[in-house]
Design a protein. Structure first.
Lengths: 267, 333
């Protein structure tokens, strides 16, 4: 297991090498959050009541700010990295490491996640916690949130790997990745809280794996109804676990099948 | 199986399925729905046995199938036909296991972590390949005795010059003391002194660690400096497999005769000594004019290889009229 720790630490060191990159990410998020703030302010201003779909303006903003922070925390750029490696042929060198490729990929990126947790998610959460002024509990929900986030991280990885595997066949990525990003962002609740979706669609989305990535952990953190220890939390986490198992098994099978017929470019 | 052989290949072949592309926008649209595939044979019927500890030069013109063969030996590609054993195991079936016993350098790519200092890359490799502490220390001190390692260790790979990077990549490939190391054009783009340094390093490591080295290159200096044995392939087929001394007499025993004639003019004659001797050529010239100076040179490896590549091309052009499947050379594998 020491090798995976070493890979994680290398990832963290790598992130820290790019000081400017971190700064730009933080700045970019600030601009995005400003945009979100005024957009939703306008939406609420045009609504006759203070509460839309059971959420006040403050609720929505808290949700979306944390969703963005969580997105930054969990995001793995596997599709980009892998497709670049396929096109340049550098994937050869990674395939020739004496480790399981998927596990290797996971831990190569995991260091980034650890760094983004400390650099973006944690500071954002602290700020939101004080701004929200007592709306967020600091109790058992934090532990449940941690469990849920672990599943979310694995799920996100599996989705990324599945899409990245498709790129082995197409050898071009841009379009596929845009489709993936849009689907995940829309159906996971990272851009629009899921309660804003029409009833029928919401039921369908409720069973999809995407919402398990951002919506479930966030609702657990914010102790939304149906996501508390008193009611429903275990079924939500079970849903995450089931998707986690299905997608990682499917992803592994698909990858192992695909990598055999790989043709590596160049050389 | 066979303990003395590092690599055994029997009748190895590799086909690629390539979509028959049409020209222009219309053609591209047609291609979207096309099922019109061509089978292109990149490697055909290669049989090879490489004993442990040998340095083998694996040569061939661009697109001959060298890299494809190397990829099959490393386990990245699965051969279409034939049997292959590297260190006694089938590489594509146990890719991760095979990886423990091989090292790879692709001259144009780096396996090192781009943004980390070299020492961090080495430590990562140490963990990934499960290298014992004492073996690691021993290897590092061996490296320190062979090259000036200290200034490289704390430099990030992206700040290195190409030569430093290649040197580091070679050290990284040997770090876990693999049984076989594949070097794919390791000296590409390097200056003369760096080339010499890298050749010395490869020779030393091969000697000390008894590592089998498979070297592909287009630089005949590498071949002369390193290889005991040479395998040449072209159009996916093996056309030569013997030691380097044999190579020079491959087309008969050639020598280059250089004569300086009046008017400070040098004339070169390539002489096949199995057919004629240098003396008779000289006397032929002497009948016509005065000879001021004479030089007799051994044919260089480069000349021989050039002749082999060109000879094969000519032969294949003749064949191509009958055998159209060989025409497809734009497959850059």
């Amino acid at each position: 297991m020491k090798k995976y720790l070493a890979l994680t630490i290398a990832g963290m060191t790598r992130t820290l090498q790019f000081r400017l990159g971190i700064l730009v990410t933080v700045l970019g998020n600030l601009i995005y959050m400003t945009l979100v703030y005024y957009l939703w302010k306008a939406i609420y201003a045009s609504s006759p009541s203070q509460i839309v779909n059971g959420m006040t303006f403050t609720d929505t903003i808290i949700y979306l700010v944390l969703a963005t922070a969580l997105f930054n925390f969990l995001d793995m750029y596997i599709v980009w990295e892998l497709s670049r490696n396929i096109q340049s042929g550098a994937i050869c060198l990674d395939l020739l490491k004496p480790v399981n490729y998927r596990v290797y990929m996971f831990f190569s990126f995991f260091g980034d996640n650890v760094m983004s947790f400390f650099l973006t998610f944690l500071p954002t959460f602290v700020v939101v916690y004080f701004v929200a002024d007592g709306k967020i509990d600091l109790g058992l929900n934090l532990i449940m949130f941690a469990i849920s986030v672990a599943f979310a991280l694995l799920l996100n990885f599996s989705v990324e790997m599945l899409v990245a595997t498709i790129c082995l066949y197409t050898e071009s990525t841009w379009g596929i990745n845009i489709v993936k990003e849009s689907i995940v962002l829309l159906f996971s609740g990272a851009t629009i809280p899921l309660v804003f979706f029409p009833e029928g669609l919401r039921t369908v989305i409720g069973y999809l794996p995407f919402r398990c990535i951002y919506d479930t952990p966030l609702n657990i953190l914010l102790e939304k109804p149906g996501y508390t220890l008193d009611s429903g939390i275990w079924s939500m986490i079970a849903l995450q676990a089931v998707w986690c198992i299905i997608l990682s098994l499917a992803g592994r099978a698909f990858w192992n099948f695909s990598v055999r017929r790989i043709t590596v470019n160049g050389g | 199986m066979n303990e003395e052989k590092a690599i055994i290949m029997k009748n190895i072949g590799k086909d690629f399925k390539v979509l028959n592309r049409h020209e222009g926008l219309k053609g591209s649209i047609k291609d979207l729905f096309s099922r019109d595939y061509n089978i292109v044979t990149a490697v055909n019927d290669i049989s090879l046995e490489i004993p442990k500890g040998q340095i083998v030069g694996y040569l061939g013109p661009n697109g001959a199938g060298k890299s494809t063969t190397i990829k099959m030996m490393t386990g990245v590609l699965e051969p279409t036909r034939g049997e292959i054993l590297v260190n006694g195991c089938v590489p594509y079936k146990n890719r991760a296991k095979n990886a423990e016993n091989i090292g790879v350098v692709f001259g144009q790519r780096s396996q090192l972590w781009w943004s980390l200092p070299l020492i961090e890359s080495f430590r990562l490799l140490k963990e990934i390949y499960l290298i014992e502490d004492d073996e690691y220390e021993e290897m590092i001190s061996l490296y320190k005795s062979l090259v000036n390692l200290e200034p490289l260790l704390h430099k990030t790979v992206r700040q290195m010059s190409l030569g430093q990077r290649t040197l580091s990549d070679i050290l990284a490939a040997f770090l876990h003391n693999p049984k076989v190391v594949f070097l794919d054009e390791p000296t590409i783009g390097l200056d003369v002194s760096m080339k010499a340094k890298i050749r010395d390093l490869i020779r030393e490591l091969n000697k000390r660690k008894k590592t089998t080295v498979i070297l592909t290159t287009h630089d005949m200096g590498d071949v002369d400096a390193l290889c005991e044995r040479i395998v040449i392939i072209d159009h996916g087929r093996m056309i030569y497999d013997n030691d380097i001394d044999h190579l020079k007499s491959y087309f008969g025993s050639y020598r280059t005769l250089k004569l300086r004639l009046p008017g400070d003019k040098w004339v070169e004659e390539l002489i096949d000594e199995s057919k004629t001797d240098a003396m008779s050529v000289i006397s032929e010239y002497q009948k016509k004019s005065k000879i001021l100076d004479i030089k007799l040179e051994e044919i260089s490896t480069e000349e021989v290889i050039k002749k082999i590549y060109m000879g094969e091309t000519v032969k294949n052009e003749k064949i191509s009229g009958i055998d159209n499947s060989r025409d497809d050379k734009d497959l850059a594998i």
